[in-house]
Design a protein around this ligand. Sequence first.
Ligand code: G3I
Length: 349
Amino acid sequence: YESLAKAAEGLFKIGTALNERQLNSGENESLAITKEHFNAIVAENCMKSGRIQPVEGEFVWEHADRFVEFGEKHGMEINGHTLIWHSQAPKWFFVDEQGNDVSKEVLIERMETHINTLVGRYKGRVHTWDVVNETILDDGSWRNSKFYQILGEDFVKIAFELAHKADPEARLFYNDYSMAMPGKREGVVNMVKNLQKQGVKIDGIGMQGHVGLDYPSLEEFENSIKAFADLGVEVMITEMDVSALPNPSNHQGAEISDSIEYQQMLNPYTEGLPDSVQQRFNERYLDFFNLFLKYKDNISRVTFWGVTDRYSWKNNFPVRGRTDYPLLFDRDYQAKAVVSDIIELLGEH
Ligand code: G3I
């Protein structure tokens, strides 16, 4: 096979996130790679509530329209991200004119308008929605977001029901990070079971794949795939990238955070990845793909969080201005060696 998507045919979809920069400037290199290697796309930013409805009642469609048109033109699965998320949500969503929290009724009304308008506009065109994003914390407890403060756990059920009503054909997902952590796994399983018990339509769980060279353990990641598959829903690997840089939270560094040594420690490979790290990076991707293949009957899509290292969010997280190497294509749009390794591995199945 010459392409990731072709090699994965019959196994799972292979997706990538696209951002405004690529779609607007017609940033041809990234789009060419997308056409060649991917058969699913997800909106990295342009469908988030703060972007699409920055002011109440004023929807900004330009970027999302372009995103959907690109996917349609190339016959891709089009994934909407994300309807209800505490982050990147506009402030007006939660407050009245005096700046106080709105009532339950008003918040539900705003959710309804937001979801109806957005899902309704792309009805039958956007095939899946991340309905709720990142509401369970790593220890399994609920995030104390505005949605939770005002509506309690019910906001998740309300969001899924509204999305289902707005497009009965769309597949609806819950999406979250650090899913390999036992506490989070249990919290998500409990939440989804609860939704299922109440008859809410939830089609799948998205496991964000923001991983490093050494975390999380494959075993714990696998335990979560199993636990989610056991719920009878689709499992998606969403937002896959493998950071090659040290994770600052693993380092005691607060007291030396301004020192040059500390900065260099966090951004060690500005001139390119050393061979040994490059090799570890390749192995890590292959380990994950072997795992995904083991669960190919449960996993419906594997999505990368971007096309090239040049535009990865990882260059600005957890600290700004790093040179990270998390994706399959380098800063010059060249396929890394791991691409042909993955293609070969997929081709054997
Ligand atoms: O486009 C503006 C630019 O005009 C402005 O000058 C610049 C100044 O900060 O900001 C630019 O916007 C940034 C945007 O990315 C585009 O690069 C935002 O500040 C920045 O907050 C935004 O970050 C995004 C982040 O979500 C927050 O929404 C990342 O691109 C995006 O990759 C990231 O994706 C999230 C998923 O949605 C959910 N899971 C975690 C994942 C990683 O954080």
